[in-house]
Design a protein around this ligand. Structure first.
Ligand code: COS
Length: 382
């Protein structure tokens, strides 16, 4: 495997970096402080083609590869992981549709995303079904020529602003994970946004509770086969976790750069603190973690580009990069000493932002569960 980037990939990285530097960073701390919605940044990113990385070409997307997507996501995460989460979260909602929906659904709903800066949300988690997906209580029942969806989903990224939702619901309550199906639900079908969460970090991303009170949708809004939704949700997460790993790499890199700069300027005991071995070792560990996080993210993404199953590598990358981002950001605050705890110094935002990387798209513990299963009982074949 050769990770030498092509000229196109280098240009893409430069464009994403430029956007992060000029459009994201100057406003990131303000959006973080106020917890407001970065619509202006979203509009600009959409214009530049930095959203919907994996929207297939036939539905108006750029159809770039997963490695290309990871390269872009690292830069956006470097800018601000809250804004990056808002910009990239369509990916979660797109994958089940792209993988399994009918041609008509793809044309209608994927097509919409290429026509304007619209958002779509992935609705899997419920108050009593987070890590344990199959414990979900939302139901979908047939009524004549309609499906009727009933239930509530929480921690839904971009939920307040989404135009449509990919919703997982029980179609057979007795069948555990084999009784879950996946649907496209347009917002105007009667979706209710209940609650906007006030978060510790990534405050520029929107997180909402969404309710489906007897929401009726046409029968053809089922994605893929009935009762095959659980696998579709897992296949989706395999495809999106490398992007989270890349974003985590960007957060870690940003924290490391801040720590390096500060360590070169801050003088204690007559020399810049970067001259002290205790600080050098912290900076060295940061550099190793950034480097390995990127390699793991790239590796998990390249397997997808090669059409291979990447469940294990995706969890390796997501767990290592998210844990590393948290460690690097925490150590970066430590390098700043007391100043690191003061908001004016900005590095504390990265520590708050990094925490969410260990929680969403499967907690650090769920990734370890997947890694343990995949290594104790390796699957046969690809
Ligand atoms: N790809 C395809 N199929 C998969 C799969 C994957 N990555 N992972 C599991 N499956 C299949 C299994 O092969 C099994 O198939 P059969 O029905 O044919 O036996 C089925 O799905 C059930 O798998 P498993 O027994 O592993 O399911 P569990 O209920 O034990 O759940 C975990 C597995 C915990 C890994 C899963 O529920 C999970 O990832 N939870 C976290 C969810 C999450 O990330 N939430 C974040 C919110 S979304 S932003």
């Amino acid at each position: 495997m050769d990770f030498t980037l092509t000229d196109e990939q280098l240009a893409m990285r430069e464009m994403a970096h430029d956007f992060a530097e000029k459009e994201i960073r100057p406003v990131a701390w303000e959006y973080d402080r106020d917890g407001t919605w970065p619509q202006k940044v979203i509009d600009k990113a959409w214009e530049l083609g930095l959203m919907n990385a994996h929207l297939p070409v036939e539905y108006g997307g750029s159809g770039i590869g997963y490695l290309d997507g990871a390269i872009v996501e690292e830069e956006l995460g470097w800018g601000c992981s809250g804004i990056a989460t808002s910009l990239t979260c369509n990916g979660l909602a797109i994958v089940p549709v792209a993988l399994a929906a009918s041609e008509a659904l793809k044309k209608e709903y994927l097509g919409r995303l290429s026509q304007g800066p619209l958002l779509a949300s992935f609705c899997l988690t419920e108050p009593d079904a987070g890590s344990d997906v199959s414990a979900m209580k939302t139901t979908a029942t047939r009524k004549g020529d309609r499906w009727v969806i009933n239930g509530s989903k929480c921690f839904i990224t971009n939920g307040e602003y989404a135009d449509w939702y990919t919703v997982f619901a029980k179609t057979d309550k007795e069948a555990g994970h084999r009784g879950i199906s996946c649907f496209v639900v347009p917002r105007d079908a009667g979706v209710v946004v209940d609650k906007h969460e006030d978060k510790m970090g990534q405050r520029a991303s929107n997180t909402a509770t969404i309710t489906f009170p007897e929401v009726e949708i046409p029968l053809d809004h089922l994605i893929g086969e009935e009762n095959q939704g659980f696998k579709l949700s897992m296949m989706t997460l395999d495809r999106t976790r490398p992007g989270v790993a890349a974003m985590a790499t960007g957060v870690a890199r940003a924290a490391m750069e801040m720590a390096q700069e500060y360590a070169k300027q801050r003088v204690q005991f007559g020399v810049p603190i970067a001259m002290h071995q205790a600080i050098q070792f912290m900076l060295a560990d940061m550099a190793t973690k950034v480097y390995l996080s990127r390699l793991a993210a790239y590796n998990a993404a390249v397997l997808l580009d090669q059409g291979k199953r990447n469940t294990l590598e995706s969890s390796h990358a997501k767990r290592f990069a998210a844990d590393s981002a948290m460690e690097v950001a925490t150590d970066a605050v430590q390098v700043f000493g007391g100043y690191g705890f003061i908001k004016e110094y900005k590095v504390e935002k990265l520590m708050r932002d990094a925490k969410l990387l260990q929680l969403y798209e499967g907690t650090a513990q769920i990734q370890r569960m997947v890694i343990a299963r995949e290594t104790l009982l390796p699957r046969q074949g690809g």
